[in-house]
Design a protein around this ligand. Structure first.
Ligand code: AMP
Ligand code: ZN
Length: 471
């Protein structure tokens, strides 16, 4: 069996990965707060951890991996959107408006992430479905002296957990010195963070031993991971921006609630994404969602390929040029593997991925396989990375082309190659001109389809006209 090595943020080292139970490898990744469309940065952890999920399934077996990614559907931004709709004259209750907002956002999220070739996790728990377990966990923390209730709030007593700060390498006193912590009358210590807070009439709330209220964000992940994966599991992931305070707080809560367990063994964090060298922001005009790109005609697979071209622990820069290049590469891979039966993925691709998800190395190897005309290995290896895979919900390969269109274009390319190799050049030239009119630009390439030519489908592809050419 391949040994996977992963960089563990907790130890700051690359380590051999040894699951607690190889028959059930367990991973939890912090999911989105569902108040709006996922932006391009939000897609990065989805693709990174999807690639890890695919690798784990390959190594341990598809039935031996459990992947949980939550939806945070209790959040002030969701409430604010609902309140804005109400203020704009919507007669429905806040509850109905909140439910509508989270439902529509979850629907968008699924459609957009499907388009990136991300497999759905085994469980996608919503925070609102786990309020009971959150209340139970908070009660346990109070009983153990790790939390206290005051004025309808419950707070976690940070000084009661001696390892607080170990994940992000900060001490509590440094944190207070550089304080962005909130001082409040109901806190014993400014470092303490909210487990439960009171809700006004208009805000969503649940009855609890501390009055009507709602959970804090951090406790959601601690309770949902415990319910679905148990007190100790293998991998916990998320973006680097979540390491502190979110993940630090999750550790404090979970380790104090279940002192005999060890919570997550390996912590993984993806670095942030920028756009054309700058932090994405609405004021700079370089903020866009995954859907914006899809609507502009960038196939989801191209977005995925660009993400995978940079190692997950390096900051990545999205540029239009990278996207254009990725599109050419992928189209070429699609053309040459059309009709090929996939075999087992290439061992060097697997080894690169197993080396702390060296996706850039894996892509370099895909290019070598392409050069060596190992079409079946190329296809299987690309599929392991979630590329060149038919995704029915996203349309054929997310290229906005049906499988039939793809087949027709490749068949034209094959016919053209055959005409040329028979030295029937005038017929070949005629086919080339007609193909271009139907939206297929034919090009001679060094090695393609084993015959000497590859079809390149361009925009304005016309299936009916293209089909005529094959008659
Ligand atoms: P949020 O909905 O803001 O909690 O974010 C969902 C996920 O996206 C988290 O794992 C974040 O760490 C991640 N994320 C947010 N912004 C970026 C970014 N610019 N680059 C990469 N990941 C990001
Ligand atoms: Zn979380």
């Amino acid at each position: 069996m391949v040994t996977i090595r992963l960089h563990n943020s907790k130890t700051r080292k690359k380590e051999d990965f040894a699951p607690l139970d190889p028959k059930n490898v367990r991973m939890y990744v912090c999911g989105p707060t569902v108040y709006d469309r996922a932006h391009l940065g939000n897609g990065r952890p989805v693709v990174v951890f999807d690639t890890l999920y695919r690798l784990l399934r390959h190594v341990y077996g598809a039935d031996h991996v459990t992947y949980v990614r939550n939806f945070t559907d209790v959040d002030d931004k969701i409430n604010a959107t609902a309140a804005a709709r109400k203020a704009a004259g919507d007669p429905r209750s806040m509850e109905a408006l909140i439910a509508e907002r989270t439902e529509e956002t979850i629907g968008w999220y699924h459609a957009d992430m499907d388009a990136l070739g991300a497999l759905r996790p085994n469980f996608e728990p919503r925070a609102t479905e786990y309020i009971g377990p959150m209340v139970a966990m908070i009660e346990g923390l109070i009983a153990g002296g790790h939390a206290y209730a005051k004025d309808g709030h419950v707070l976690f007593r940070v000084r009661s957990y001696k390892d607080y700060g170990a994940l992000s390498g900060r001490s509590v006193d440094d944190m207070i010195a550089g304080a962005r912590v909130e001082v409040a009358p109901f806190k014993e210590d400014p470092m303490d963070f909210v487990l439960w807070k009171p809700s006004s009439e208009e805000e969503p709330g649940w009855t609890s031993p501390w009055g009507r209220g709602r959970p804090g964000w951090h406790i959601e992940c601690s309770a949902m991971s415990y319910e679905l994966l148990g007190p100790s599991f293998d991998i916990h992931g998320g973006g680097l921006d979540l390491q502190f305070p979110h993940h630090e707080n999750e550790i404090a809560q979970s380790c104090c609630a279940h002192p005999d367990a060890s919570f997550a063994q390996v912590w993984m964090h993806n670095e942030m994404l920028q756009v054309e060298g700058k932090k994405m922001s609405k004021s700079l005009g370089n903020f866009f969602t995954v859907r914006d790109l899809l609507d502009q005609g960038v196939p989801g697979e191209v977005i995925r390929f660009v993400y995978l071209s940079t190692h997950y622990r390096s900051p990545m820069d999205w540029t239009a040029e990278k996207a254009a290049q990725a599109k050419e590469t992928l189209w070429d891979f699609i053309s040459v593997t059309r009709g090929v039966e996939a075999v087992e993925p290439d061992t060097k691709v697997v080894e690169a991925l197993a080396d702390d998800l060296n996706t850039a190395g894996a892509i370099a190897r895909l290019h070598e396989l392409r050069k060596a005309e190992k079409w079946a290995e190329l296809l299987a290896s690309a599929r392991l990375m979630g590329l060149l895979d038919f995704n029915p919900t996203a349309g054929a390969l997310g290229w906005g082309l049906s499988d039939e269109a793809l087949k027709t274009a490749t068949d034209i390319a094959r016919r053209w190659a055959a005409l040329r190799s028979d030295r029937r050049f005038s017929e070949a030239d005629e086919l080339k001109a007609n193909a271009l009119a139907a939206g297929v630009e034919l090009r001679v390439t060094k090695q393609a389809i084993g015959q000497g030519a590859a079809g390149h489908v361009m925009s304005n592809f016309n299936l009916a006209r293209a089909t005529e050419l094959l008659k």
